[in-house]
Design a protein around this ligand. Structure first.
Ligand SMILES: [Zn+2]
Length: 390
């Protein structure tokens, strides 16, 4: 087991997610074999940090293939721009650098809003397998190549200041060393923008839909703050709600921030542990009680949430199928093998099914439910958390 990324101690309470699971985004052509690993949800006995422990050696678990892409929220962009505006930089002297394709939209927004013309849009994060450990002939672990390329791009900037976007990094970083390297990018001339799921608020919403095997850290705000403070970083962080996506925390790390971390130091309080393992166990029981042996379940939405439901929430004997209309997933084999197959949503006859689980966003789910009911479907429609959606 790797030590806790927050407190560096080893000692966990854990629950098995699966002995042999493919990555949640590992949709592939049938001819390709998929790598499978051991995964468990673990809570640190010392600081309460929740993480996904695995023997998968990649130091950053991004998506598995290039054709897998997820949308990102955008409503908070003006607020980020506002914080950056407060750094009092001459934005003619700034270059923007994206770490992942997920940062491109934000980079374009900031370039336009702050009038930055030197903009470098690259997907250094790439795919998980790019982050497998590199060991030299002398047995020394080397800097992962994508990080070396990212650093090289930033070093080559001719501008006095660099704006570095690495949103969605903290959820996926699996190595303490890599985390330190990223935080080490911060300097008086380099300013970082990040975001991550707001697990405190998600937990309050009563869901565990955010647990999936390509995540590594379910950071609470206080845990992330303690990491930033231990590294002497000045930052501003804010949380926001979105209609489209999960509650998110966003922040800027910059030594030029005036209302900085030191004023917040006193605000760190001991919070009650989030009992995520108990919540996951309760959810497994809820599904078990809901589905009788002769029931059939259709899972609509084959992104990480739908796949996770099949991978480690449902009991092995459940008769289910998986459904998605995404063009990129056509003709592919999903990371789980549904006994009733992998199909499209549109045009599919659900009349034989007693239950449907919709694991898309609520906005999309509402449209799907309307169509299902209009077509005469009378079974139960549930979400990931086994709650009725209508
Ligand atoms: Zn810990």
């Amino acid at each position: 087991m790797r030590p806790c990324i927050v407190c560096n101690k080893v000692g966990f309470t854990s629950v098995l997610l699966g002995e042999s699971l493919a990555d949640a985004s590992d949709f592939r052509y049938a001819i390709e074999p998929s790598a499978k690993f051991f995964y468990e949800l673990a809570t640190c006995k010392f600081c309460g940090h929740n993480s996904i422990q695995t023997n998968n050696p990649c130091s950053l678990s991004t998506r598995k293939h290039d054709f897998i892409k997820y949308g990102e929220p955008t409503e908070h962009y003006p607020k980020i721009s506002n914080i950056l505006g407060g750094l009092n930089l001459d934005f003619k002297d700034v270059s923007i650098h994206t770490f992942s394709y997920k940062d491109v939209q934000l980079a374009k927004f900031l370039a336009s809003d702050l009038n930055i013309s030197d903009i470098n849009l690259n997907d250094h994060a790439g795919c998980s397998d790019d982050w497998l450990p590199l060991v030299s002939s002398g047995g020394i672990r080397q800097t992962p190549l994508p990080f070396a390329r990212f650093l090289n791009e930033i070093d080559k900037s001719k501008k006095p200041h660099q704006l570095i976007l690495f949103t969605r990094f903290f959820d996926h970083v699996a190595s303490r060393d890599l985390l330190k390297k990223f935080l080490g990018l911060s300097s008086p001339s380099r300013h970082l923008v990040f975001d991550l799921n707001d697990y405190d608020r998600l937990y309050e919403l009563g869901t565990v839909e955010f647990i999936w095997n390509e995540r590594r850290n379910l950071f609470r705000r206080s845990h992330l703050e303690s990491i930033l403070q231990k590294n002497n970083l000045r930052y501003l962080m804010f949380g926001y709600e979105s209609q489209e996506v999960s509650p998110t925390l966003t922040g800027v790390i910059s030594e030029r921030l005036t209302s900085a971390s030191d004023s917040d130091l006193t605000n760190i309080i001991e919070l009650p542990a989030l009992k995520m393992i108990e919540k996951l166990n309760a959810l497994r029981l809820r599904w078990q009680d809901t589905l009788a042996a002769d029931h059939k379940l259709a899972i609509i939405g084959a992104s990480h949430k739908g796949v996770s439901l099949a991978q480690f929430v449902l009991a092995n004997e459940v008769q289910y199928s998986l459904h998605d209309d995404k063009q990129a997933l056509r003709e592919k084999t999903p990371p789980v093998l549904p006994p009733l197959g992998f199909h499209s949503v549109s045009g599919f006859d659900f009349s034989e099914y007693t239950h449907i689980a919709i694991t898309t966003t609520l906005v999309i789910a509402a449209k799907i439910i309307t169509k299902l009911r209009a077509s005469g479907y009378t079974g139960e429609i549930l979400d990931f958390d086994c709650k009725r959606l209508d």
